[in-house]
Design a protein around this ligand. Structure first.
Ligand code: SAM
Length: 232
């Protein structure tokens, strides 16, 4: 078996360092995704569907996003850890509506709803007539990555823009918007367009987000409705 095919734990630390150096850091970035890390193990222990939950938990603890009784739209919801956490925080009187191309990996709680759909095909009007307005729109939407940084970035921005259009249609005035986007050429322009609809905007990189990931979260607080932008 060549060194390239060998599982990482069978390669000596010295060889790993040389391989990382030879490949400009790309090797370590790949290795990072091959073994369950601290957050993946912790998610399993606490019964959450994915390690992503710790990003939302950290952001929620710092920013107080999820209040008892709140109504939350969760875009890019599968396998379901953000919904699971949010449903616990909003409680029996709250509601969490998830949307994803894929099915959830777990049964729904009474305060959860799920739509298996493409966010580009789902109309804001339909969501509005079924569920009414939301206090928080959270989007962890991510494209299936192709390995080409620029393509992944532009597809992530397209998803983030779609989430913003839906948030503008569905948030109550004063509501909040949390969205993931991959950093790259169009990131700043997207962050500026979020600024156009919210009183304050912050960029957040929670600890649970891998250092090698291009993802960044944008948090817009206190939605200010601009009628001509309700285009979803
Ligand atoms: C990082 S995962 C979300 C993880 C989720 N927050 C959790 O905690 O379990 C990103 C999700 O975005 C979904 N997605 C990507 N493109 C989509 C689209 N056009 N419409 C709906 N969902 C989409 C993927 O199917 C994937 O499940």
């Amino acid at each position: 078996m060549g060194v390239g095919k060998r599982p990482n734990h069978l390669i000596s630390p010295a060889v790993l360092v040389i391989m990382a150096w030879q490949q400009g850091g790309k090797f370590l970035a790949r290795a990072d995704y091959t073994k369950p890390d601290f957050y993946a193990r912790k998610a399993k222990e606490r019964g959450f569907a994915a390690r992503s939950v710790f990003k939302l938990e950290e952001l929620d603890r710092k920013e107080k996003l999820l209040r008892r009784g709140a109504r939350v739209l969760d875009l890019g919801a599968a396998p379901g850890s953000w919904m699971q956490y949010a449903a616990g925080q909003v409680g029996d009187k709250g509601l969490v509506v998830g949307v994803d191309l894929k099915e959830l990996s777990r049964p729904l709680q009474p305060n959860e709803r799920f739509l298996q759909a493409d966010v580009f095909e789902l109309s804001g009007e339909e969501l509005l007539s079924r569920f009414g307005v939301f206090d928080l729109v959270q989007s962890d939407l991510a494209p299936a990555t192709m390995g080409d940084k620029a393509t992944d970035h532009f597809r992530s921005i397209a998803l983030a823009e779609r989430a913003l259009a839906l948030a503008r249609r569905l948030l109550r005035p004063g509501g909040h918007f949390l969205v993931k986007a991959f950093q790259g050429a169009d990131f700043d322009a997207f962050a500026r367009s979020v600024r156009g609809s919210f009183r304050t905007v912050k960029l957040k990189k929670p600890k649970g987000s891998r250092a090698t990931s291009p993802e960044m979260y944008i948090l817009g607080r206190e939605f200010q409705r601009i009628e001509e932008e309700d285009d979803a």
